[in-house]
Design a protein around this ligand. Structure first.
Ligand code: NAG
Ligand code: NAG
Ligand code: NAG
Ligand code: NAG
Ligand code: NAG
Ligand code: NAG
Length: 343
């Protein structure tokens, strides 16, 4: 795409968005640090303060304190010390390719600069969600295994969940990893199946789903990525991505599964989670996506299945408007990367 075409697309998309809404109170629940897409989703959210009024970032599952450090460094670079970080229960140890990037920025430093860190992430999430009312609808962007949300749902009343719109990267309906024609056990679901069951069974105001069916195609590459690279050393938010992505890539990320080849020079790994954030920003529109309302349940072995008798309605982004998925995803790449460039 020509640069001018890209800019025009971006302007039209952002205009279409800003004409219809004001910032929505938003909570992000993330396992940032393991796969790289969480970082892109967080940067995208921070780059769109006109759409997201970010109230809390929760870090969930495995080495949650290390994840919180990555969030803290990101918030510091954006100067967003007003966004509290909540450390969810540490469920164990996992490798975390991105961590080295944030190693030299401590949570103490974040607090000394005015930031807030909640050591009990579940309580912090519960307390923030309690603020949702019919006149103050919250968006919950869920891009982690659902452990923290599952915990909180044990005490959160349905009157409250009816005031929350959920946007989750989770599950696999018709297609699976590697563009398989069979659905997969998707990571965010199978890591904590009881929590996933609770999330899919709750009564949300709206549940927008970004499943593997479409998210497997979200790699940002080609001319849009080359444009993004041209802001290296000129734009601190672009630099944040390039530095942290390169660290992640060199610490094992290069082995991540993806449909197209990737490296910091040619484009990103699969940006699954970014779709959940985009669906939240453009709600109720589902730009470039075909969304179908499906009654979904989580099975005992970690699949998401259509079940007309027991499933709750989920607006599932199951395919793209354009026949070629990469035509649609290059539009999403423009939305995400240009947001960061112009933030
Ligand atoms: C993850 O947790 C283990 C056990 O607490 C610890 O040894 C390891 O250093 C942690 N990794 C990171 C990146 O913090
Ligand atoms: C962390 O390390 C990077 C790269 O060496 C450096 O640019 C940055 O200033 C350091 N940050 C802190 C908080 O020390
Ligand atoms: C995905 O798989 C389907 C067949 O199951 C095939 O028609 C399609 O071309 C594949 N898409 C890509 C981008 O590989
Ligand atoms: C789903 O929620 C209903 C109550 O709304 C409850 O009766 C049912 O047992 C729940 N099912 C699962 C699988 O959690
Ligand atoms: C789906 O619904 C059927 C009843 O139609 C039920 O027997 C089955 O257990 C359900 N499956 C799951 C995974 O909940
Ligand atoms: C859409 O996909 C077709 C087929 O791959 C390609 O020829 C065309 O250039 C794409 N259009 C855009 C705008 O990327």
């Amino acid at each position: 795409m020509e640069q001018q075409v890209v800019r025009l697309c971006f302007s039209v998309l952002i205009l279409a968005k800003t004409l219809i809404s004001s910032p929505v109170p938003t909570i992000l629940d993330t396992d940032i640090g393991t796969d790289y897409d969480d970082q892109m989703a967080l940067s995208f959210i921070l780059s769109n303060p006109d759409g997201f009024d970010l109230k809390l970032v929760v870090c969930s599952t495995f080495n949650t304190t290390a994840r919180a450090q990555i969030v803290a460094k990101t918030l510091a670079i954006y100067g967003r010390y007003n966004v509290p970080i909540a450390i969810g229960r540490n469920t164990g140890v996992s490798t975390m390719g991105e961590y080295e990037w944030a190693q030299n920025y401590t949570l103490e430093q974040f607090k000394n600069e005015g930031g807030t860190v909640y050591e009990n992430g579940e309580d912090a999430l519960y307390n923030e969600l309690q603020k949702a009312t019919p006149d103050n609808i919250y968006h919950l962007i869920e891009i982690s295994p659902e452990t923290s949300v599952g915990d909180v749902l044990q005490r959160l009343k349905p009157e409250i969940t009816k005031n929350i719109r959920l946007f989750a990267m989770a599950g696999s309906i018709y297609r699976g990893y590697g563009n398989s024609s069979q659905p997969s056990k998707e990571y965010n679901v199978y890591i904590d199946i009881p929590a996933a069951k609770a999330m899919f069974n709750a009564s949300w105001a709206y549940f927008g789903l970004a499943p593997l069916d479409t998210t497997i195609f979200l790699q940002f590459n080609g001319p849009v990525w080359q444009q993004f690279l041209s802001y290296r050393n000129k734009n601190k938010h672009v630099q944040l991505i390039l530095d942290s992505y390169t660290t992640w890539y060199n610490n094992g990320g290069k082995g991540a599964g993806a449909l197209q080849p990737f490296s910091p020079d040619i484009g990103t790994s699969t940006m699954y989670d970014v779709l959940a954030a985009i669906l939240s920003l453009y709600y109720p529109k589902t730009i470039t996506m075909i969304s179908r309302q499906l009654p979904l349940v989580v099975t005992d072995d970690g699949y998401t299945r259509i079940n007309a008798t027991q499933g709750q309605p989920v607006q599932s982004a199951v395919s793209f408007q354009s026949e070629n998925p990469y035509n649609s995803t290059s539009m999403l790449a423009v939305v995400a990367l240009y947001s960061i460039i112009f933030s």
